[in-house]
Structures are given as structure tokens and as C-alpha cells.
Design a protein around this ligand. Structure first.
Ligand code: FES
Length: 126
């Protein structure tokens, strides 16, 4: 795998810390993130703050059968596969690149200043 110069790879956890069907939250380069080990083995990483009013998504509900993340505050629902809003539509969680180096779960943090904490208000849809 070639190294993208616009990404800094940071070790966030090991496979021992994050079993399949589980999630964990962490802070990476100053931002909250959530790591999810989806059933089937794929690991994904998203911004850890809800794009609505910046509540920690780690306090929400993770439904591995439906494949959803639901915020505890106002029940916005996101797709666990790609972070897209299912309810409401139109919002999205920032998704980090993830790769394994042996047992280590590495998260790719953009170094180009890209916003890693997306926000969304319902007014944007009006
Ligand atoms: S803060 Fe998450 S749904 Fe409102």
C-alpha cells in the first residue's frame, strides 16, 4: 500500500481492544473518533461528535444488525458502513481511512487541514 503524503497514520488500538461486533471511542490528534469493527471483519472510523449538536456518538446506540449508529441526544441515525445519515438524510460523518499493521489498527488523519468534524443543521435542507 502506498503512503499518501496527505495522511498521517496514527495507531489508535489493537485488534485485542476491538473485537468484531464492538466499538470503541478514542481521541486522535485532538478529535474524538469512534472505531467500529463491523461484522464480517471490516473496521471503520468516523468522527466521534454528532454533526447535529456535537454530542458524543459513543454514548449512543450501535445496532450491528441494522448497521446503524444512533445519537443519544435526538436520535439522528447514521449508516455504520459509510457514515451517511439515514435520518435525517443529507448529513454525514467524516470517515477516516483505516488500515491494519499487524495487530495494530491505524487511522489516517488528513494533514491538509480538511475539517474532520462535519456539522449539519436541519435548516440546511430547507
Ligand atoms: S446532537 Fe446528535 S442528534 Fe442531536
Amino acid at each position: 500500500m502506498s503512503d499518501d503524503p496527505g495522511v498521517k497514520w496514527v495507531k489508535v488500538a489493537t485488534l485485542d481492544d476491538l473485537w468484531e461486533g464492538d466499538m470503541l471511542d478514542a481521541k486522535v490528534e485532538g478529535e474524538e473518533v469512534i472505531l467500529i469493527h463491523r461484522e464480517g471483519g471490516r473496521i471503520v472510523c468516523f468522527q466521534g461528535m454528532c454533526p447535529h449538536q456535537e454530542i458524543l456518538l459513543a454514548d449512543g446506540n450501535f445496532d450491528f444488525v441494522k448497521g446503524t449508529i444512533t445519537c443519544s441526544a435526538h436520535e439522528w441515525e447514521f449508516d455504520m458502513k459509510d457514515g451517511r445519515g439515514r435520518n435525517p438524510l443529507g448529513c454525514k460523518l467524516f470517515q477516516y481511512d483505516v488500515r491494519l499493521e499487524g495487530e495494530n489498527i491505524m487511522v489516517g488523519v488528513p494533514t491538509d487541514g480538511r475539517l474532520r468534524r462535519l456539522r449539519h443543521s436541519v435548516e440546511e435542507e430547507a
